[in-house]
Each structure stands twice: as structure tokens, then as C-alpha cells.
Ligand binder design. Structure first.
Ligand SMILES: [Zn+2]
Length: 93
């Protein structure tokens, strides 16, 4: 699915619709010192081998998140296009 590289969207900082630059949000690598990672590591100390994780239901698709940068105030806002979907979002050149 392709979207335009510049769209008119609402900017909460300017409090009106302005032109926004569009890019796709890329998730960074998980932090090794995050709070719940530390809790999990503390919990499994003493166990040898793999500890079976909790069974979670499988989610169908991912949320496609866009980064919208306002051309007036240069602030960036995250915006989800739709719910969970298997479509991938690309920005037109
Ligand atoms: Zn703005």
C-alpha cells in the first residue's frame, strides 16, 4: 500500500490542519536494561535450560505506524493508519 509523502493533517501543537511530511515508524531494538527484562532475568535465575514462556494468542498482522512531521512547527506525531493489518505501508517518492 502506497501513500503520499506529504499530506494535510491535524497538528496538535499548531491546533489546525497543516502540511505534514510522512515517514514510516521503525521500531528500535529492545533494551536489555528495561525494567521488565530485569524482572524476568531475576525470576529465571537458578533455572538451567530454557524456561517456557507464557502462551499468548497470535495477533493477525501489525499496526502500521506513520510519523508525521509538521512543516510549520517541525514537531513529530505518531499516527496509526488502520487497526491490525497484513498490508505494509510504503511512502511514495
Ligand atoms: Zn505544527
Amino acid at each position: 500500500m502506497k501513500i503520499e509523502n506529504q499530506i494535510m493533517a491535524y497538528c496538535p501543537y499548531c491546533n489546525k490542519h497543516t502540511l505534514h511530511k510522512v515517514s514510516v515508524f521503525a521500531k528500535s531494538a529492545p533494551r536489555g536494561q528495561a525494567w521488565h527484562t530485569l524482572l524476568h532475568n531475576r525470576k529465571i535465575t537458578g533455572y538451567v535450560g530454557s524456561v517456557s514462556p507464557k502462551q499468548h494468542p497470535k495477533k493477525l498482522g501489525k499496526r502500521q505506524v506513520l510519523l508525521l512531521q509538521c512543516t510549520v512547527c517541525k514537531k513529530t506525531v505518531q499516527r496509526s493508519l488502520f487497526g491490525r493489518s497484513k498490508k505494509k505501508v510504503e511512502v511514495k517518492r
